[in-house]
Design a binder for this molecule. Structure first.
Ligand code: ADP
Ligand code: MG
Length: 365
């Protein structure tokens, strides 16, 4: 008598399996991508979640091929090795050069796309040993750091095919904006595949698209810069929908020599790793604030450049910059060396301090 019962149960299971409709809104794909020296996690939802996730990966890999400084065949390497001559570049690099030169000017050179020779001297460009360069070497290399030279030589109006040039001896490093720009382009992919919600984590660059499947905002942790080895140690958590959130901090890449820690965000004013009293800067902007043709920077690219620049500027200059900025709106979470977390007004009701972090909490408006 047991057999028919089992058959019945199996049949019931089979029928339930068949009958359960695949809900296009909760269908989900998550893929891990190692690119741009970063472990990335792409999670897309909706009917087209699978092809959408892989199209996001293609976008990242395609950009990496163009922008990498360690790949001698990348467009950036060809530009850096052209001895000041104009070279043909693809539309992405052409556009990004323009964006990065503008963002360099807007941050008064705190972000500077021509900082590459100094980044290389410290060994942060990849492929070289970490080392502390001599002051003479830094002085010599700092003469090449000048975003205006790119601005002046960069060829406008666009030629077909587009060409770009940098000054002789100069080199560019787009590491401070590449992931933000990738996130901007991923947003176009999400639109194209009609993805209703997604969480795209490109290391310190996060794009949250829509809200969570249950309708609540995504929770984006701000890593506690004092405990970088613990990926679940947060200074606090942001509740966000449709936003870019980009964090820069000295804890992300560094080496130690004779008891001193040297990190990868270089202050173009000194040639040394920035020492501004901040341990991390998170920049948040609405991802739909992309006003094509308005001259405003793409919001993901902007957040990425600003996180690097404001980390270099330090608390006072960063907050002044935030208060006086008239372009695409953005908000900030600053973590300071003296254990404070400063959150700008627009984020005050979206940030929750992690009480166990021990930070004092301040808001500014
Ligand atoms: P990450 O790329 O680690 O997420 P950032 O966005 O802050 O962090 O970018 C840091 C990278 O930007 C460095 O590894 C270097 O390639 C480049 N960089 C360092 N200092 C500057 C600077 N002052 N301006 C522009 N780019 C910089
Ligand atoms: Mg950056």
């Amino acid at each position: 008598m047991r057999r028919p019962v089992i058959c019945f149960l199996l049949l019931a299971l089979f029928l339930t399996g068949c009958a359960a409709p695949t809900d296009p809104d909760t269908a989900q794909e998550s893929i891990q991508v190692i690119a741009m020296d970063t472990a990335m996690l792409i999670t897309t939802y909706g009917e087209h979640s699978v092809p959408a996730a892989y199209a996001c990966e293609d976008t990242i890999r395609d950009l990496e091929k163009q922008l990498s400084r360690t790949d001698p065949d990348s467009e950036v390497s060809r530009l850096n090795n052209a001895g000041g001559e104009a070279v043909e570049v693809g539309e992405d690099l052409y556009f990004l050069l323009h964006e990065a030169a503008c963002l360099s000017a807007e941050t008064a050179g705190a972000f500077d796309l021509t900082v590459a020779p100094v980044v290389s001297a410290w060994g942060f460009a990849g492929g070289e040993e970490y080392r502390v360069p001599s002051q003479e070497e830094l002085d010599r290399l700092l003469e090449l750091v000048d975003y205006n030279a790119v601005y002046d030589r960069y060829i406008i109006p666009p030629t077909d095919p587009p060409k770009a040039a940098i000054g002789p001896g100069q080199a560019i490093d787009l590491g401070g904006v590449a992931k933000g720009y990738a996130a901007d382009k991923i947003m176009e992919v999400l639109q194209e595949y009609e993805v209703p919600r997604a969480n795209i984590s490109l290391g310190g660059n996060v794009l949250v698209w829509g809200g969570r499947p249950d309708g609540t905002p995504w929770r984006v942790g701000v890593q506690d810069p004092a405990r970088p080895e613990d990926k679940n140690a947060f200074a606090g958590v942001l509740a966000l929908t449709d936003s870019f959130a980009v964090t820069s901090g000295g804890y992300q890449r560094y080496f130690e020599e004779n008891g001193t820690r040297y990190h990868h965000i270089i202050d173009p004013a000194t040639g040394y790793p920035a020492d501004s009293g901040l341990t991390s800067v998170t920049v948040v902007a609405d991802c739909h604030d992309k006003n094509a043709g308005s001259g405003d920077p793409y919001p993901g690219t902007m957040c990425d450049a600003f996180s690097t620049a404001l980390f270099i500027m330090g608390e006072e200059r960063a907050l002044d910059f935030w208060k006086t900025w008239e372009g695409t709106p953005f908000e900030l979470v600053l973590v300071t060396e003296d254990d404070r977390v400063i959150v700008t007004g627009g984020l005050a009701d979206r940030f929750t301090l992690d009480e166990s972090s021990g930070y004092a909490y301040e808001t500014v408006s």
